[in-house]
Ligand binder design. Structure first.
Ligand code: ZN
Length: 504
């Protein structure tokens, strides 16, 4: 068929990092009709992210017909209120579970952005003041206008930009009003010549795979967007399901490339055994374990794991641990989770605490566990315990979320190193570990199997994950998996049912 008579789709992924997921899709039908939509609109959470998040969208928000949210992690939904503020007028399609969880995650995102904005604004103002002072010092007060004009030509400039707060709490409701819910396996048509079906994805509660079918009377083009991918979920009991007949129809898969261990198998059971050994030691010493987590589902995963440890009675005394859950947003997510999925994941000796209990809990003899939602050390409930806990050799910090570079550097420091923590000098005496087995992402060998099911796909496009993780995965997939799939990780790809036409 003449390629001018074919349906074309331009798929652009804006994030080349782990966070800030956003896919822009433009479909052009042979009769000239065009339609653009986005799948996810997430927050950047890597370095200098205040500035990155305030960047303009590369597309015009008012030209976007509709949007889809694959799941409720902030790196997939955190910029939706900003998209709406910038002129997006369409609906946001997602599942009922995601809709229920969205208010928790967006208000947390908004509070974190506000905190960072306040710090950045203070820094900006201080720098501006310093520059103004330098200007007065060099020229003196009351100089004539001419001299002033001359001076402005090469006046010292502030290096920091005026920070921008991309949205506030009040913008969240406007965004939530745009949400339409669709159940998995139900096909909906947001525009003529376009059908979309969600399939359950076990990554986190409410997550879906997104099947997009663009068609006219003579042909069709089928995509699958995986979003982040997980295969089973111990908290929600969910499993990833996509029927074989759908897999066979898919022309292009836009997939995540897995976070961590992208170049080899992950030994989850060995990690869990190591974790259990650590807990056994802490119990003997009547110490404290602090779980450092994000607020959504990771704490619930820790709880589900503790339930199984209690049931298996992994060592004598595992049930001696008191388990405290301390986090404003974590608790909000927790109560939604209990409503949606029941209490099977809640361990014995579990108690929710807040700031009024912290001093007592911190001083209490162990063995105890405190689950905090502070994956970055500098935010959330850990901050109030922070300095004391870092300096205590009877404290063990267990990181169960993706940890950014600055925290990773601290985790790897030798014990006894002096660091600055929230303006205080602290000698690092606690023990620190990071367990990848709590990851809600698919291990690489399972991703191989998942992708192999799309036997007729002309290409697999990896759009999410660090460039390193993507290239490691692609390298390994090419050598280990006997597959004829075309593997890509570019920014924009022009696709037709014949295959890739352009690649930028
Ligand atoms: Zn995710």
């Amino acid at each position: 068929m003449d390629s001018r008579l074919k349906i074309k789709a331009y798929v652009t992924s804006y994030s080349e990092e782990v966070t800030g997921s956003c896919n822009h899709v433009k479909v052009v039908w042979p009769d000239g009709r065009e339609l653009s939509f986005v799948i996810d609109c997430g927050l950047f959470q890597e370095k200098e992210h205040l500035e990155r998040n305030a960047e303009k969208f590369v597309f015009t928000p008012s030209n976007i017909a509709f949007a889809i949210a694959t799941h409720v992690h902030t790196d997939h939904v955190g910029r939706f209120p900003y998209l709406v503020k910038k002129g997006f007028m369409g609906r946001i399609y997602t599942t009922e579970e995601t809709k229920q969880l969205l208010p928790c995650i967006l208000s947390e995102t908004s509070d974190r952005l506000q905190e960072e904005y306040d710090v950045a604004l203070k820094k900006y103002k201080a720098e501006k003041k310093a520059v103004r002072k330098a200007k007065l010092d060099s020229k003196g007060r009351g100089k004539r206008d001419k001299q002033r004009r001359e001076y402005t030509k090469d006046k010292p400039k502030t290096e920091t930009h005026m920070p921008v707060l991309i949205f506030e709490r009040k913008d969240i409701d406007v965004c939530l009003d745009r949400v339409n819910t669709v159940a998995p396996f139900e096909t909906f048509s947001p525009a003529e010549g376009l059908e979309i079906t969600f399939y359950p994805n076990a990554h986190i509660g409410g997550a879906v795979l997104v099947h997009v079918r663009a068609f006219d009377e003579s042909e069709e083009l089928n995509f699958l967007f995986t979003g982040d991918l997980g295969m089973t979920n111990p908290v929600t009991g969910g499993v990833t399901i996509i029927p074989d007949e759908v897999c066979k129809k898919i022309d292009f898969v836009v997939s995540e490339a897995t976070y961590g261990a992208s170049d080899g198998p992950r030994d989850d059971e060995a990690e869990r055994q190591r974790h259990i050994k650590i807990l056994e030691n802490v119990r003997k010493k009547r110490g404290t374990v602090m779980y450092m987590s994000n607020s959504l589902e990771r704490p619930q995963k820790v709880c589900a794991d503790l339930v199984s440890m209690q049931k298996e009675n992994v060592f004598e005394g595992i049930k001696d641990f008191k388990i405290y859950f301390d986090s404003t947003f974590g608790i909000k997510c927790h109560s939604k989770y209990v409503k949606l999925y029941g209490t099977d994941y809640v361990p014995e000796n579990f108690r929710i605490i807040d700031k009024t209990d912290r001093e007592l809990v911190a001083a209490e003899q162990g063995p105890k566990m405190i689950i905090c939602t502070s994956p970055r050390l500098y935010q959330g409930s850990f901050v109030t315990y922070g300095a004391k806990m870092l300096a205590n050799k009877n404290v063990t910090l267990i990181f169960v979320a993706y940890i950014p570079e600055n925290v990773r550097n601290i985790v790897n420091l030798p014990r006894g190193t002096e660091i600055e923590y929230m303006g205080e000098k602290v000698k690092l005496m606690c023990k620190m570990y990071n367990f990848g087995y709590y990851s809600s992402h698919i291990p690489p060998e399972d991703l191989d199997k998942f992708l192999a099911r799309f036997e007729n796909a002309k290409a697999l496009l990896f759009n999410h994950g660090t460039v390193e993780a993507k290239s490691n995965y692609v390298r390994r997939y090419k050598t280990d998996v006997n597959s004829t799939h075309n593997l890509l990780f570019g920014r924009t790809v022009m696709l037709t049912s014949d295959g890739i036409k352009k690649y930028y």
